[in-house]
Design a binder for this molecule. Structure first.
Ligand code: 4NP
Length: 160
């Protein structure tokens, strides 16, 4: 069997945006019978919420849409940059922080914004919903549902 494509989603705290991206990407893979072709994980640049479940507001919003999130928050590690094939970040600040950890051009080339492929707003940020109200969490959900499904298409096409 071919090597799985390893995909890492990254945000700041790994409790709002990136665990949701991970869950939605996995769900899209499972719906298409493609989960065996990928390894999927998420992490944060801060480490401030290590070991925590996703934020309660993120979990409630995701559950409303039928998605259960059980990821345990963790900080990005140097070996992630070598191991994962694609590293998809939420905003410019994440991009800067992850790029600063890269030690080779190959690692640097793996890192990009998750909305680089969003035709509605190419390269826009997925805004941090942490300080806002419920609308922010639903907005993040809508963006991530759309772009993770698109990433499934893009990355599956790259495998064939
Ligand atoms: P995330 O959101 O990066 O999408 O997980 C945040 C979670 C926590 C904090 C900031 C952003 N914080 O400052 O603790």
């Amino acid at each position: 069997m071919e090597k799985k494509t390893a995909v890492l989603f990254v945000c700041l705290g790994n409790i709002c945006r990136s665990p949701l991206a991970e869950g939605l990407f996995l769900q899209a893979l499972e719906e298409r019978g493609l989960a065996h072709l990928f390894e999927v994980d998420s992490c944060g640049t801060s480490g401030q919420h290590d070991g925590e479940l996703p934020d309660r507001r993120t979990r409630q919003n995701a559950l409303f849409h039928g998605v259960a999130l059980t990821h345990s928050s963790r900080r990005i590690r140097p070996r992630d940059l070598a191991h994962f094939d694609r590293i998809l970040v939420m905003d410019d600040s994440n991009l800067q922080n992850v790029r600063a950890l890269c030690t080779t051009p190959e690692q640097y080339a793996k890192v990009e914004k998750i909305r680089s492929i969003d035709p509605d707003a190419p390269n826009a940020d997925v805004d941090d919903p942490w300080f806002g109200g419920p609308d922010g969490f639903e907005g993040v959900y809508q963006v991530l549902e759309r772009v993770t499904a698109r990433w499934v298409e893009v990355l599956t096409a790259e495998q064939t």
